[in-house]
Write a protein of this length. Structure first.
Length: 241
């Protein structure tokens, strides 16, 4: 569905909801089923599990949260671990906010938009937003991401009560759906040599960064190095006479 500049905000929101429900929301929703099972396993109520999906909105950070509680870690250590695990969202937010900014937009609106930035919303936003009129992008993005979050909250709720019926291997495997979809979205949204090269180099550097850096900085370093190399190579290629 092509969003038009003269559409009312309700129709734009509906378009964002439909886009999310076409596939992305279900992918991330099934991916967070394991979070509900993990929360129940450590003895937390279902309300906390669902609230963690809404407030944290990051599967890996939620895993760290509940796993650290189960291990008896101090709250300060848990907060630091989650902060490091979420560092990847900083460059992602910086990359997508220029597509969502418009004149007169307040800081509160930008903070709300930043909260919605997660793997699925970021990848799909970079792919879909350029084709949407700038005046309609904020409503579309919020509707898209809120739909993904709602489906994920339902998935977390269902996973909480599926603890006995859901094999551990399956629950762990469901968490892998989101990064698989993320990679697929990146490949689908690549437009030129630089995009493809950045993805390939990022994948190549990821295990190296994990081995020698780790600590939550590995993805940032591998992305920064791979993206920089891809940018330089692509820029030189374009600059050739």
């Amino acid at each position: 569905m092509t969003v038009q500049a003269d559409w009312r905000w309700q129709r734009v929101a509906l378009a964002g909801m439909r886009a999310a429900l076409s596939f992305p929301a279900w992918m991330v929703g099934f991916g967070l089923v394991g979070i509900g099972s993990l929360a129940r396993d450590v003895g937390y109520p279902v309300e906390v599990a669902v609230l963690s999906t809404i407030l944290v909105w990051a599967g890996p950070s939620q895993v760290i949260f509940f796993a650290s509680i189960a291990a008896g870690a101090a709250w300060s250590a848990i907060a630091i671990a989650i902060a490091f695990a979420s560092l990847r969202f900083l460059p992602m937010t910086v990359a997508i906010l220029p597509l969502l900014r418009k004149p007169g937009q307040g800081l509160g609106t930008q903070l709300i938009l930043a909260h919605y930035v997660a793997v699925t919303g970021w990848a799909e936003g970079l792919r879909r937003l350029p084709a949407i009129p700038p005046v309609q992008r904020v409503v579309y993005f919020i509707a898209f991401c809120q739909t993904c979050m709602t489906v994920s909250a339902i998935g977390t709720f269902a996973g909480y009560y599926l603890l006995g019926a859901l094999p551990v291997a399956l629950a762990a495997g469901l968490l892998c759906l989101t990064p698989i979809f993320f990679l697929t979205s990146l490949v689908a949204g690549s437009r030129d040599l630089r995009d493809g090269l950045a993805i390939a180099l990022g994948l190549a550097f990821a295990p190296i960064s994990d081995r020698f850096i780790g600590g939550g900085f590995d993805l940032i370093v591998s992305g920064l190095v791979g993206g920089t190399i891809a940018f330089v190579v692509g820029h030189r290629r374009v600059a050739r006479p």
